[in-house]
Design a protein around this ligand. Structure first.
Ligand SMILES: NC(=O)c1ccc[n+]([C@@H]2O[C@H](COP(=O)([O-])OP(=O)(O)OC[C@H]3O[C@@H](n4cnc5c(N)ncnc54)[C@H](OP(=O)(O)O)[C@@H]3O)[C@@H](O)[C@H]2O)c1
Length: 268
């Protein structure tokens, strides 16, 4: 008897790194449940994965900024007779308008989409994974979470730091259960992210091409890391150097470094 088929739930699968992770997982033979708010790109991606890889790909739309959305999503998955063997918490966005100029509703949405939803989905889905003795949780954090601050985008870095620490805690708790947990910490990646937060022009002119990575490469590195059960992975040499500096420099110097970055991007 061969290996049983495994199903991976990916949040934020309608674009960018989430869509790249869907292609990566389908290429490795995993079935998928794709979720985000926009149905059309999810359906198009599902059709592509079914046609190219012969996997099962289901689509469920959800707005993870809505309270209760993670529980409703899991209920819908269960009512369709599906179960989740792997969870990719990837949905996310940022606001670069400064703390006081950002709508409090946007702050609440950032926290719900990138912090509350990953916690709730993990709590709901991990029991099934540990009971079956096989599971994968990949939390898409950021290089920003390894920096001392993200000026002008004040909550984004701390939310991603939370995700890294929470992943490391879960990694410890799941040792020996067959469940692997990884925080993926990309740096600048070509996706819709900087179009959504309106900073495409600034980041493109402020940062050279060698600082950017393609989403499919980030996805491959992320999935390799969770298969290898590495608690954290930062893709790319430049990003690893920056992450090391972020953790090593004294506060005053590190804050000057990220403050200069925020000023270059017109965020301070
Ligand atoms: N691009 C980078 O440079 C970069 C660097 C480091 C980390 N990251 C992280 O990578 C992850 C993916 O971002 P990306 O770069 O691929 O950006 P992207 O292309 O803008 O994709 C973001 C995804 O999140 C989904 N999403 C946003 N708000 C949502 C909500 N309220 N409910 C459900 N889904 C929602 C979007 O789908 P809908 O709009 O259809 O809902 C989309 O599928 C994020 O967590 C981001 O913080 C990105």
């Amino acid at each position: 008897m061969g290996e049983p088929r495994r199903t991976i739930l990916i949040t934020g699968a309608s674009a960018g790194i989430g869509a790249a992770l869907a292609r990566e997982c389908a290429g490795r033979g995993y079935d998928l449940i794709l979720t985000a708010r926009r149905e059309a790109p999810l359906l198009a991606l599902a059709d592509e994965l079914i046609a190219h890889h012969g996997v099962v790909a289901s689509v469920i739309t959800a707005d993870l900024a809505e309270p209760g959305a993670p529980a409703a999503l899991v209920e819908e998955i269960t009512s369709r007779g599906l179960s989740v063997d792997g969870l990719i918490n990837n949905a996310g966005f940022s606001r670069t308008t400064g703390f006081l100029s950002t709508d409090p509703a946007d702050h609440a949405a950032m926290i719900r989409v990138m912090l509350t939803a990953p916690v709730e989905l993990s709590r709901l889905l991990l029991p099934g994974m540990t009971a079956r003795g096989w599971g994968r949780v990949l939390n898409v954090a950021s290089l920003a979470g390894q920096m001392p601050a993200t000026g002008g985008d004040t909550l984004y870095g701390p939310i991603k730091s939370f995700l890294i620490k929470a992943s490391q805690g879960l990694w410890l708790e799941t040792q020996g259960t067959g469940v692997h947990v990884t925080a993926l910490c990309p740096g600048y990646t070509y996706t819709e992210f900087h179009d959504v937060n309106g900073s495409r022009e600034q980041v493109s002119s402020a940062y050279p091409k060698w600082m950017w990575m393609e989403a499919d490469r980030v996805a491959r590195i992320g999935w390799d890391a969770v298969e290898a059960n590495r608690p954290r992975v930062t893709p790319g040499v430049a990003n690893n150097v920056l992450a090391a500096l972020g953790g090593m420099l004294p506060d005053a110097l590190a804050l000057r470094m990220v403050g200069g970055h925020a000023k270059r991007l017109d965020r301070l």
